[in-house]
Design a protein around this ligand. Structure first.
Ligand code: BGC
Length: 754
């Protein structure tokens, strides 16, 4: 009882403190806003591009003039404390009200210490480590002047044609929500004003990952039931974790571009989910509404503000047209004030009014970026993201002996290792896989190398897929390159082939219609196979690719995605067996691009296909429905056995719970980690329910021979869903509970909700 009272008192004290903090903030902002002109208010809503500053001197740029006039709220993607300080000084010393700017950046998966791409991070299912990756990114970014990141990207994606699949956490709402929350916590910590935390920006709200035909910026359209059950949960989880800002998406939702969609930005985000931060548009998303057919710049700017969008990234619509709209009665002063207030609140919470130079400490920039500790965390996490697809000959792990031929277009490239969206990367500090391997086996084995082929024969396609300093075209004749690699391979005991996509073949505006191995690489691998030497295939990619041919032809396949700045060392850690692979797919890998969109949590049809092919059931003539590798799948060097699971009761009351337990044993010869997964199926409902939904998982470390009983608790919350009236409910009836190492190989129990 005493403890209870102490808890209540502490809670009351905390709430009171929060209230006084808020009252203090409100008073400060009321006072400031009472002095602001309309143009100064609109200035806070303006986020122009910092391009001119990146290339020229901050002081003489056009942006500098605007800052002096109070027409800029913040800037983004400007790197370096000195440069940022120079700009902040203009705002603080030369603008009338001395309002500081905030500085944002696409710190998507790390700063100079680059962690694996977000899709890869999600393959680790290691929520604590993912949270820590965001924390490390915040430490490094704030040490370099950045206090606002355009991350996490939490768009669910079930269509691997979409290049931006690389930036999200895959196909699943539950895993996606856990990661969304962890990322916000990692970036923001408990106190946004702390020197080493930064504000998150959850993007892209909403449904960007459901772009039709997997083509970037394309229309997304779905029922509200699907939105709320399958696509919204990660955004909601991030909002509930206290994310400071949200970014609109480029696509339409219900035929209205997100940026001008009031239902989305106000009804859902603010009214239903209680989001208190501000909404920024995506890059030029306001002016893009003109092409969407929503009207001229003045009209679409008013539409955006009235929808609940607060800040205009680059389009110059708010600053340029809102005054006219106000005079014409198309927007209200209250709406402008509300948006301005939200931006000022964010600055206040970041502590910028107290000290505008808070994140501009040159000492920190020298000592807290790309540290040994950060690199070690990135390296360890990278090893957890690699997914072992095949190892039937137990070729992996390799011994550090003899001659190892490392070949392929990704074997000796430095700039491709960090992966897409690594704006702050310091490329020349990172190792190639080849360099890391030479170091790893020094004195024990010899590493031979040949590139063997380009990314693909088509030089234009390669150019378009290797932009932003990631170019790596070799102009030699293709046959000459391949023959050189074959000669090198013939001298070796084993071949390590580094194949796949270059890093810019995924990311923004990098969609593909064909996800199979690229022509030149297929020819090289065929030639290497003909040497008869054992081959380890390391597949780089930023999406789920189609790997039928690889599976048929190679017994050892490790998918390494893009592992960040420490990729080279992390790959060696796994290839040579210091760490056993433990990544599990967060996206189903298709057998054919024609299966897309593909995901495990499907609704059943009225004609489910039991055996392929069967006439008048839901299937294709040419490929069966199953993925090549299912969601949740991933092998290790060791093996795990699962006991028959048990359930504490076969009935459950809505306010009660049942527990499901399974004993997992490491039955192989290596220590390793396993991701134990729990899926639920609601067998009968008022709306059709998916055949399985991930509802819990545990990542466990087991030494060889060791066992652990993993217990999951099921409460009503895990059984709830949104019905067609968007009520969040659970319904009495029978449920299947499925436990296993992936979404396919499960053991099933049942229970009844009374
Ligand atoms: C992207 C966003 C990004 C923004 C700012 C846009 O093109 O869609 O994800 O945060 O640019 O760089």
């Amino acid at each position: 009882m005493k403890k209870f009272f102490a808890f209540v008192l502490a809670f009351v004290a905390l709430t009171a403190a929060a209230n006084t903090d808020e009252a203090k903030m409100n008073k400060f902002i009321d006072n400031l806003m009472s002095k602001m002109t309309l143009q100064e208010k609109l200035g806070q809503l303006n986020l122009p591009v910092s391009g001119e500053i990146v290339t020229g001197s901050a002081k003489s740029s056009d942006v500098a003039e605007k800052i002096k006039k109070g027409q800029v709220g913040g800037l983004f993607n400007l790197k370096g404390v000195d440069k940022i300080r120079e700009v902040q000084q203009i705002a603080v010393e030369q603008s009338r009200l001395h309002i500081p700017l905030f500085f944002g950046m696409d710190v998507i998966h790390g700063y100079e210490t680059v962690f694996p791409i977000p899709l890869a991070l999600s393959m680790s299912w290691d929520i604590d480590a993912i949270r820590n990756s965001a924390h490390v990114a915040a430490v490094e970014s704030t040490a370099d002047g950045i206090s606002w990141t355009f991350s996490p990207m939490v768009d669910i994606c079930r269509d691997a044609r979409w290049g931006r699949m690389a930036e999200g956490a895959g196909e699943d709402p539950y895993l996606g929500s856990m990661i969304a929350k962890a990322m916000v916590e990692g970036y923001q910590g408990n106190d946004l004003a702390a020197k080493n935390t930064m504000m998150a920006c959850v993007k892209h709200f909403a449904l960007y990952g459901a772009a039709e035909a997997g083509r970037d910026y394309n229309t997304a359209d779905m029922s509200h039931t699907r939105m709320f059950n399958e696509y919204f949960p990660p955004y909601k989880a991030a909002a509930e974790a206290g994310a400071g800002s949200f970014m609109t998406s480029f696509n339409t939702v219900d035929y209205i571009p997100s940026t001008g969609n009031k239902w989305l930005m106000t009804t859902v985000l603010r009214d239903m989910w209680g989001f208190k931060g501000f909404v920024v548009t995506d890059y030029t998303a306001i002016s893009e509404m003109i092409a969407h057919g929503m009207g001229d710049l003045q009209t679409v700017s008013a539409l955006a503000l009235n929808a609940g969008t607060d800040m205009d990234m680059v389009a110059d619509g708010f600053l340029g047209t809102l005054e006219k709209s106000l005079n014409e009665g198309k927007v209200s002063m209250a709406a402008i004030d509300a948006a301005c207030r939200r931006i000022l609140e964010a600055k206040y919470k970041l502590g910028l009014f107290e000290d505008p130079y808070r994140y501009l400490d040159t000492k920190r920039a020298k000592t807290e970026i790309y540290t040994d500790e950060h690199r070690a965390a990135a390296r360890k996490l990278a090893t957890e993201t690699f997914v072992l697809l095949e190892n039937s000959d137990n070729l992996l792990p390799l011994k550090k002996q003899g001659k190892i031929a490392i070949v392929g277009p990704l074997a000796d490239t430095r700039t491709n290792m960090p992966g897409t969206w690594s704006v702050a990367a310091a490329m020349d500090k990172y190792k190639t896989v080849r360099e890391a391997m030479v170091e790893a086996v020094k004195g024990k084995a010899e590493v031979l190398y040949a590139k063997g082929c380009n990314i693909c024969y088509d030089s234009v396609m390669e150019k378009n897929s290797t932009m932003f300093g990631r170019e790596m075209r070799d102009n030699r004749d293709a046959d000459v390159m391949r023959e050189e690699a074959v000669k090198v391979a013939q001298q070796a005991d084993v071949i390590v082939a580094c194949m796949g996509e270059p890093s810019e073949m995924t990311g923004e505006s990098s969609c593909r219609t064909n996800l199979e191995i690229l022509d030149a690489q297929k020819d090289l691998l065929t030639a290497l196979k003909a040497t008869g030497k054992p081959i380890v295939l390391l597949n780089f990619s930023g999406r789920a690719t189609v790997m039928n041919w690889e599976k048929e032809n190679f017994n050892t396949i490790l998918n390494v995605w893009f592992g960040g700045s420490e990729t080279g060392d992390a790959i060696c850690d796994v290839v040579f067996g210091d760490v056993a692979p433990s990544g599990h797919l967060s996206a189903s890998m298709p057998k054919s691009v024609g299966q897309l969109p593909l995901y495990y949590a499907q609704l059943n049809t009225g004609r489910p296909c039991k055996t392929w092919f069967s006439k008048f059931t839901s299937n294709y003539l040419d490929v069966d429905n199953a993925p090549l590798y299912p969601f949740g799948y991933g092998q290790s060097y060791t093996t795990f056995s699962y006991s028959a699971p048990s359930i504490s009761s076969t009935t459950m009351k809505e306010d009660g719970s049942v527990t499901v337990s399974v004993k997992v044993t490491n039955t192989g010869n290596y220590d390793g980690a396993e991701v134990v997964q729990l899926y639920i199926r609601d067998l009968v409902g008022s709306i059709s329910r998916p055949v399985a939904e991930l509802k819990d998982f545990k990542r466990i470390n087991l030494k060889k021979g060791e066992s652990q009983v993993v217990t999951f608790t099921i409460t009503a919350d895990k059984l709830k869903f949104y019905d067609n009236d968007l009520n969040y409910i659970c319904e009495p009836g029978d449920f299947n509970v499925m436990v296993g190492p992936n979404s396919r190989d499960v053991q099933t129990l049942t229970f009844t909700l009374q």
